[in-house]
Design a protein around this ligand. Structure first.
Ligand code: KG4
Ligand code: ZN
Length: 358
């Protein structure tokens, strides 16, 4: 069996059109176009604008990724694409493009779960994942604590999820009431520099002795941040933004890392992986490092450029599926905007032990 087959991955679930090219766990090149600026004045992603932007960006981003890898379309051995979860129209554009590329070049197609892509992103920088690892996925739409064994062969075990908002959503919405630009996460991160993380006693939701140790809740924290901002405005004071941002960031980072390490301890797992857009947060990264070091747990976090949405992470899952001998998707593969994270692929593949290792 050939050992250096090349996979092109496509991501279009939200506002980033990403294309990445991976071979045997190695990133050969990738490109991302974002429609974020077009959404900024609406304070959030507008689905129709995102879908149209994917349509405009698809061909140029494929071309750019191929150029960066020094490859041509005819060099590609498989295509992987995000088929869910995400915005239906945005996913449709990526899937239609992926089918066109796969069908016209006669290569297999794989439908990939977006969040499995976030997990696989780390392998491009730090190599294969240890089995098992605890994974904390923190993005704009999801917050989940998982036990991952073999990412493409085994079912993904959910220890807990958010019961309301995702951590990224909390940052995005709090940023809005703080008067910061969209997307809120990076804006809060910047605003927090120099702020006092103990200035405001924001709550630590679901951390009581009777609470589910692995479930998350961020909507109360979001409301607490809004009330705090309102109180300061009503008092006609200049809002002490850096303190509010630093305190909010501290509360989110504290809850996330506390629960992730509790999971590592309870399940006897020695590696924690933190992925998704919020893994780019400087305080989440620093506190995770501190607490993992104290607990003797190895921490893996992808580089910043691979934390937010990109095509390389989808190519990374496609590469693992291809090497595991997984069945490709039928060409009538469709999108699943609210796909639960159960397996890395979003169509039936030969698993778990029926798939032969490459
Ligand atoms: O994974 P991602 O790019 O897209 C989704 O799949 O949702 O995550 C986007 C989220 C947004 O909520 C954004 O505000 C947040 O990640 N984010 C951050 C930072 N960079 C991105 N949150 C906190 N601090 C950051 N530095
Ligand atoms: Zn994402």
């Amino acid at each position: 069996m050939a050992t250096d087959r090349i996979v092109l991955g496509i991501e279009s679930s939200c506002d980033e059109t990403g294309v990445g090219i991976v071979s045997r766990g190695r990133l050969l090149g990738h490109a991302v176009a974002s429609s974020m600026d077009e959404h900024a004045r609406f304070g959030g992603v507008v689905p129709e604008i995102a879908a149209r932007a994917h349509l405009h960006s698809f061909n140029p981003v494929v071309r750019e990724a191929l150029n960066r890898a020094g490859l041509r379309l005819s060099d590609i051995d498989a295509v992987a694409v995000t088929t869910g979860p995400g915005l239906a129209g945005a996913l449709q554009v990526g899937l239609a493009g992926a089918k066109t590329l796969a069908y016209s070049t006669g290569v297999p197609l794989y439908g990939v779960h977006h969040l499995a892509g976030h997990v696989a992103a780390d392998t491009l920088e730090h190599g294969p994942l240890p089995d098992p690892c605890v994974v904390l996925i923190v993005s704009g739409g999801h917050t989940s604590l998982l036990v991952v064994r073999d990412l493409v062969r085994d079912p993904i075990v959910h220890l807990g999820d958010t019961v309301d908002d995702a951590a990224g959503e909390c940052f995005d919405k709090a940023a809005r009431v703080f008067g910061l630009p969209y997307p809120g996460g990076p804006a809060i991160d910047r605003a927090a520099r120099g702020g006092d993380p103990r200035a405001v006693a924001f709550p630590r939701p679901l951390t009581g002795p009777k609470d589910d140790p692995y479930a998350f809740s961020f909507s109360g924290l979001k409301t607490a941040a809004a009330r705090w901002a309102e109180r300061h405005r009503l008092g006609d004071q200049e809002i002490p933004l850096s303190d509010g941002a630093a305190s909010l960031q501290e509360a989110v980072a504290d809850v996330l890392t506390r629960k992730a390490l509790a999971a590592c301890r309870a399940y006897g797992v020695r590696t924690l992986l933190i992925v998704g857009g919020v893994a780019a947060n400087s305080r989440v990264r620093a506190l995770a490092e501190e607490r993992c070091a104290a607990a003797g747990v190895g921490l893996r976090v992808p580089p910043l450029s691979l934390c937010t949405d990109n095509g390389a992470m989808i190519a990374a899952v496609g590469d693992l599926l291809l090497r595991a001998g997984a069945d490709p998707a039928p060409l009538d593969l469709s999108v699943d905007p609210s796909a639960p994270l159960e397996y890395a692929s979003l169509h039936p593949v030969a698993r778990p032990s029926a798939a032969g290792a490459a």
